[in-house]
Design a protein around this ligand. Sequence first.
Ligand code: NAI
Ligand code: MG
Length: 406
Amino acid sequence: MATHTLLTMPGDGIGNQVLPEALRVLRAVGFDAEYVHADIGWECWRKEGSALPQRTIDLLTKHKLGLFGAITSKPNREAQGELNPELRGKGYVYYSPIVTTRHKFNLDIGMRPCIAFEGNPLNYIRKRLNNGFDEPSIDTTVFRQNTEGMYAGVEWTNPPENICAALGSHPKFKAFASIPGPDLAVSVRVITRPAARRIVTAAFEYAKKRGFKGVTICEKPNVVRETSGMMEETAKEVAKNYPGIALWSTNIDAQLMWLNKNPEDYNVVVASNLFGDILSDAFAGLVGGLGFAASGNIGDEVAVFEPTHGSAPKYAELSPTIVNPIAMILSAAMMLDHVGEGAKADRIRKAIAEVVKEGRVRTYDMLRLSGGPNAIGQGAASTVQMTDAILAKLGEGRAFARPAVS
Ligand code: NAI
Ligand code: MG
């Protein structure tokens, strides 16, 4: 019997192209696992009225470890329009399956490494005062609280009367009291101390493991006093348990400005949900963008790893496929770290580093080409060729054929 069972959820669009590539790499490093397929995403919504079918929830409950590709999601009106006619008008509501998964399994630790590979032509460079450029080696991991904050989902347009009454009891709400309900939208930013403690602790534990000097809490406590205030206060408390590691505090707006100045100074950044989402995309943009951005959604029991990109529908039908599989493969490496197979994860990252540094095999995004059917003719490697190059560095050549996706 295999040591691990991994639930594979390719989802929609390019999720079906990149996830099989990650499996080839996992097999090549000898990850001893049984792979179990699970359905998720837009097709499930259209056919069944749920993008996250109960059978997938059951499988994840059972196996506890998932690798997810990407899903397509669309605004509610379009979602209703694409629903199987037999299901229309029956009260089905579209929810993002990945957000739902994070909530359902309390995958509250969002971990998003943004680490530059030497030689990546997409890396951030900084102009020197006189001449030339610096290419700082960015090694930042953003810890994003995954289940609360602005994405807690507690929101209304035209809030019910009791909510309006409660809001009306706050002196600051008087300014909005005369707005008609249908013109009023409210999203509640919920922060709880236990969850704040968990995300900050995860950030400090990571800093300790990697030997970093500090952790940055990035919020806005001077304005969003209660929720950002609780995040910062909790960070100060947690920091006391890590005497060798400094706690720095930045504001989200200033932090984004400083990305252009000294991004290499931030190794571990921790933030609530929306700010963490923004930060992780901003840092990812400095190290190659969506083709390189991996992530983990980690709870006490269950963990799911995924590239941060979406289903890129406009490239989903291309043959050969052109998208960069590295974000997905790096997500698989994070999964290996999580299950105690760090040596295998390191081998994968080393192989990727070698391919990127050599620069002979580059997908269209790395060549700054516009994606599309002409990319290959312009010198871009296909998705499969990029994986082949990584496998070759692992000493595996083409031995690990691309598995069919069911
Ligand atoms: P996207 O991430 O799918 O694609 C945006 C653009 O980024 C693409 O057109 C492509 O140019 C580039 N790109 C993405 N992945 C790439 C890769 N691996 N290699 C090279 N280039 C890559 O975001 P978009 O177009 O905004 O959304 C498409 C669909 O994906 C939507 O339905 C959206 O809701 C969904 N989505 C799903 C996410 C998830 O599954 N976690 C996250 C983001 C969007
Ligand atoms: Mg995002």
